[in-house]
Design a protein around this ligand. Structure first.
Ligand code: GLA
Length: 618
């Protein structure tokens, strides 16, 4: 299954930050790791200032001792390059490498991720520290993987960023006239007559140009990826057999196109911090990660022992760490890792918890961590077969970015919300879903959902047509197919690129404040449209009799936001599933997140909060 050598078994551990503790604690750490079954830790994620206390002067002695100790304890090391947090001396020596916000404020060191990824000094320093680490630890028996940087996603609007953005735009658009055309600069007198006039989307008097904002996000994704690749090249050169990864982070602020990045990492790794509904959000994140990994195994690199819910941060409930870890593993993660091993006593994240909490190993949290560590080795066999999914949801981060454009007809509709709803409805009814790129071969799926696929190329629209023509069931929701790759509307009626496939022509968007009831009883909120049938039939209508949900052949169009039950009915789903269940070959993972006993396949009864991984041949 293409899982890197050296990472056999399920990975269990977390971020280990020994530099926060006196050395006498390290021995206890390793002893406790052994007790807990920890076999992999991410070391050095934020250690730059300790590793390179002055420019070009290295102090590896402490890290040598840490790696030797871990190796002696049988713990593998996922060694980080520390580039997510340059030391203060670096910022003072290279003030031009400090990030500048859209409104022109140059940030100061004192937190983390304070750099401009395009600044030459930062790029050079990043490669230098990566090389120094690889030279030092090539061949060290503890070194199992490289963890480049941390949670890529930081942008900058400085002059370095402007120059790099222009270079990127030249490569993308070829000529200034092509850029003017793509960005519709004829609007508001924005026509550029020289490249030097083109800027990152800095603070403006009123709405910025949406195509400029979209291209800047794309540029940041590519620029951050270039930073990753430079480090990866050095690590490959010096340690050709050690896999290289980075940890993807969730959030609609993240300017990272995971489809492009996934091709560059040796394994996909994610950090996941659910907030409102941990089981549903976990399934969502895990299925996405599996999608990015192309169905191959991936790794949950960080989760917390606490849940961050709006204003509150509280320890996960008894059993919850285990259940959520199992849910990730059921959905393809080759293990469960945490932020962090030992809860910090100081620093900005002292309340973020740890596998060893402030109260120490004599604690409910540590006991659960230890029990989970004891459980995992038995699950390896069940993780061999691929996860089985009958449905796919299309994921397009660029559509998400474009739908964040200011000046949109409604601020209440959003890309992530639409994708999450599609996933949630399937999840609640026991259907495992993959996530796929709109250009992917979809023929294996019984059902494909395209939620708010706003930007759609002609080729991708053809791909959807091919899928439907081949007998696939396609459900497209509002705000799909609207714009081309430059966020320009396809005229002649929405949903532009998909009009013929869906057999509808939408004349107007009509966002609504109050819910309306469709003639089939469904509740429609937030968004409605004036839909004309052009080959499709109406499955449900608005109170004024115009079509709301339509079907042409096997292709369904949903022009509004349906309530979850109506969505499930439309998809033809069975009753709600009381237990999370994922099949992998003969094995079925079942997790009961609820508070009632439930029967599961294999004639088993799962107590409230219980789980089972059972061989249940079909
Ligand atoms: C992210 C980061 C960690 C830490 C945690 C806090 O995952 O990678 O460094 O900040 O969040 O929960």
């Amino acid at each position: 299954m293409n899982w890197p050598k050296g990472l056999e078994g399920l990975c269990y551990g977390g971020d280990y930050n020994p530099e926060q503790w006196p050395e006498k604690v390290w021995e206890e750490d390793v002893a406790l790791m052994r007790q807990a079954g920890v076999n992999l830790v991410s070391v050095g994620v934020f250690s730059w200032a300790r590793l390179e206390p002055a420019e070009g002067a290295y102090d590896f002695g402490w890290l040598d001792r840490v790696l030797d100790l871990l190796h002696g304890g049988g713990v593998r090391v996922n060694l980080a390059t520390p580039t997510a947090s340059p030391p203060p001396w670096f910022s003072l020596a290279h003030p031009d490498a400090l990030a500048v916000t859209a409104d022109g404020v140059r940030l100061t060191h004192g937190s983390r991720d304070t750099y401009c990824v395009t600044a030459p000094a930062y790029r050079e320093a990043s490669v230098r520290i990566a090389r120094a680490l690889a030279e030092r630890y090539a061949g060290h028996p503890a070194l199992a993987m490289w963890h480049v940087h941390n949670e890529y996603g930081t942008g900058c609007h400085c002059d370095h960023a402007a120059a790099a953005f222009r270079a990127w735009l030249r490569a993308r658009h070829g000529s200034l006239e092509a850029l003017n055309d793509a960005w519709t600069t004829s609007f508001w007198s924005q026509h550029y007559s020289a490249w030097e006039q083109v800027m990152p989307p800095r603070a403006t008097q009123y709405l910025p140009n949406p195509a400029q904002v979209l291209d800047f996000r794309r540029f940041l994704s590519d620029e951050l990826l270039a930073h990753f690749r430079e480090q990866k090249a050095v690590l490959r050169e010096l340690t050709p057999d050690v896999p290289v990864t980075t940890n993807f982070v969730f959030g609609d602020w993240v300017p990272v196109n995971q489809w492009d990045w996934a091709k560059e990492v040796d394994l996909v790794a994610i950090d996941h911090y659910p907030a409102q509904n941990p089981p549903e959000e976990t399934a969502f994140a895990a299925d996405l990660a599996r999608g990015w990994a192309g169905g191959r195994p991936w790794l949950l690199m960080e989760q917390a022992v606490v849940t961050y819910t709006g204003p509150r941060m509280a320890a996960k409930r008894p059993g919850e760490i285990t259940r959520l870890s199992l849910s990730h593993i059921a959905r393809g993660s080759r293990g469960a890792m945490f932020f962090q091993w030992r809860a910090s006593r100081g620093g900005a994240e002292l309340w973020h918890g740890g596998m060893v909490p402030h109260s120490g190993p004599d604690s409910r949290i540590f006991r659960e961590i230890r029990d989970l560590g004891a459980l995992l080795p038995a699950l390896a066999e069940a993780c061999e077969a691929p996860v089985e999914a009958s449905a796919a949801i299309l994921w397009d981060p660029e559509s998400g970015w474009a739908l964040q454009s200011p000046g949109f007809p409604s601020t209440e509709v959003g890309y992530l919300e639409a994708v999450r709803q599609a996933h949630r409805v399937l999840y609640r009814h026991g259907v495992t879903a993959d996530f796929a790129r709109p250009s992917a071969d979809l023929s294996a799926y019984e059902l494909v959902i395209a939620p708010s696929l706003y930007l759609l190329s002609d080729d991708d629209a053809d791909n959807l047509r091919r899928y439907a023509a081949g007998g696939g069931r396609l459900v497209v929701s509002f705000l799909s197919g609207i714009a081309d790759g430059h966020a320009r509307v396809r005229t002649g009626g929405y949903p532009g690129a998909l009009r013929d496939l869906l057999g509808v022509r939408v004349e107007e968007f009509l966002p609504i404040a109050d819910p309306v009831t469709l003639d089939d009883g469904a509740t429609a909120t937030l968004w409605t449209e004036h839909v004309h049938l052009a080959g499709a039939e109406a499955l449900a209508r608005y109170p004024d009799g115009t079509p709301a949900v339509t079907r042409r052949g096997r292709a369904v169009y949903v022009s509004t936001r349906l309530d979850d039950d109506a969505y499930a009915r439309l998809l033809g789903l069975g009753p709600a599933a009381p237990v999370e269940s994922v099949r992998r070959g003969d094995w079925v993972f079942s997790v009961n997140h609820g508070d009632r006993e439930q029967a599961i396949p294999g004639n088993l009864l799962l107590p409230p909060g219980g789980y089972a991984v059972a061989r249940v041949p079909r």
